[in-house]
Design a protein around this ligand. Structure first.
Ligand SMILES: [Fe+2]
Length: 199
């Protein structure tokens, strides 16, 4: 029986939560199921997710992948949620393109470290794993994302924020409607955010 390091076990735990290790680790399918987000309740029309500036560091044509990590240290973050219409109907196959700074606060503007796109599943769910971005001058901690419901649909460009980050109060772009919910998990953090597209 092979011995796994605590770090390896933690990574597998979080990968399972992200649904990324289910094929090679069938014993983790139950954990994956447990971590799947529930469909949000919606009465009437939900408020569309606010738009925010793209910023200077977007790179088009990112690779398709649900694992944005690269070698190195940094707190693991598994983010999941739904892409929904304003009537709270899931949008199967919605495109999500994420990019963010590395744990030291640097963007990779020549390659695709901490950049990638993925598609929501048939229930409108998405899940990916990355490392929590570091801070850079003038900004609080954040993720950038573009979301599109379909090939002919408009693109929502926005940013997501971390609860309780001290920089939130000092960042003029910060919007509490764009706060993820976060909870600690073995080896990292589990985040949740549901995108609501206006059209
Ligand atoms: Fe940024």
């Amino acid at each position: 029986m092979s011995q796994q390091s605590p770090d390896r076990r933690n990574v597998i735990s979080l990968l399972s939560a992200a649904g990324l290790a289910a094929l090679s680790q069938p014993e983790h399918a139950l954990a994956q199921e447990a971590e799947r987000p529930l469909t949000p309740a919606c009465e009437g029309r939900a408020t569309a997710t606010p738009r925010q500036t793209e910023g200077p560091y977007f790179t088009p044509s990112s690779p398709q992948r649900a694992d944005l990590r690269s070698d190195g240290d940094g707190t693991l973050l598994v983010l999941s949620g739904f892409v929904l219409t304003r009537q709270c109907r899931p949008i199967p196959g919605a495109l999500l393109d994420f990019w963010h700074a590395d744990p030291s606060g640097q963007y990779d503007n020549r390659g695709f470290r901490f950049r990638g796109h993925l598609f929501a599943d048939q229930q409108g769910r998405y899940q990916f794993i990355t490392r929590t971005p570091g801070l850079y001058t003038g900004r609080t901690r954040h993720l950038h994302v573009k979301v599109r419901g379909g090939a002919q649909s408009p693109v929502l460009t926005t940013q997501l924020y971390f609860p309780d980050d001290p920089g939130n109060r000092r960042d003029g772009l910060f919007d509490q409607k764009l706060l993820m919910t976060l909870r600690p998990a073995e080896g990292g953090q589990l985040g949740r955010f549901d995108f609501v597209l206006a059209a």
